[in-house]
Design a binder for this molecule. Structure first.
Ligand code: ZN
Length: 213
């Protein structure tokens, strides 16, 4: 009997023989000198949209926080337990990252839940329902219009990314550093089925395919 799922142990064996062995110097120096990633990514928990995989990032390169539907709750210094805000505070104030990327993705279950608020909660606590309440006004505004369900889903995934970038600016430290030109905020949307990445135009809020050199 093992104390971890066999798939994880097999993966770990491959990691030690492959990546760790190839990058052991890097791991050692990261352990000695600490991490200094320059980019924070706020992504969804979805197993199909892992930022480190999509951006081909090695150890120490990305500071990642993942939550259901890559949301940024607005600044609320109310003494409650704010996991995403804690990660944001650390990234901005201690690591001094120079960019923050909110990355959403296609077929997001959290966004789907926001579009179906009358669905039965998964548990009495309805944590997903409460959490996705952060985009409820946008979800409501999209209901009953001419879009198909799939179009509405993609629209809310992208609209929500714009909301989350705006919520980042509700944090005084983010707003100040962005104003000083020391921090840039970005939005991106990943299409799981095609692998396409769409990037938010900061001026218009539209999503465009980036030029890859
Ligand atoms: Zn998702």
């Amino acid at each position: 009997m093992t104390h971890l799922p066999e798939r994880l142990l097999a993966g770990y064996r491959n990691f030690m023989a492959g990546r760790y062995s190839a990058e052991s110097d890097r791991y050692r120096s990261l352990a000695k000198d600490g991490q200094s990633p320059t980019t924070m990514v706020i992504a969804c928990c979805d197993s199909r949209a892992a930022p480190e995989t999509i951006f081909d990032a090695g150890p120490g390169e990305l500071f990642v926080v993942r939550n259901v539907a890559n949301l940024v709750p607005p600044y609320a210094p109310d003494g409650q337990h704010h996991g995403t805000s804690a990660a944001l505070e650390f990234a901005v104030q201690s690591l001094k990252v120079s960019s923050i990327v909110v990355m959403g993705h296609g077929r997001c279950g959290g966004i789907g839940a926001a579009l179906n608020p009358s669905a039965e909660p998964l548990s009495p606590g309805d944590f997903i329902g409460k959490w996705m309440g952060l985009v409820a006004p946008a979800a409501e505004a999209l209901s009953g219009n001419l879009m198909t369900a799939a179009e509405r889903q993609t629209a809310l995934e992208r609209i929500s990314i714009r909301y989350q970038v705006a919520n980042l600016r509700s944090f005084p430290c983010v707003k100040i550093l962005e104003g000083k030109g020391r921090l840039t905020l970005h939005g991106a949307w990943f299409d799981i089925s095609t692998g396409e990445l769409w990037v938010m135009n900061p001026e218009t809020g539209d999503f465009e395919r980036p030029q890859l050199k």
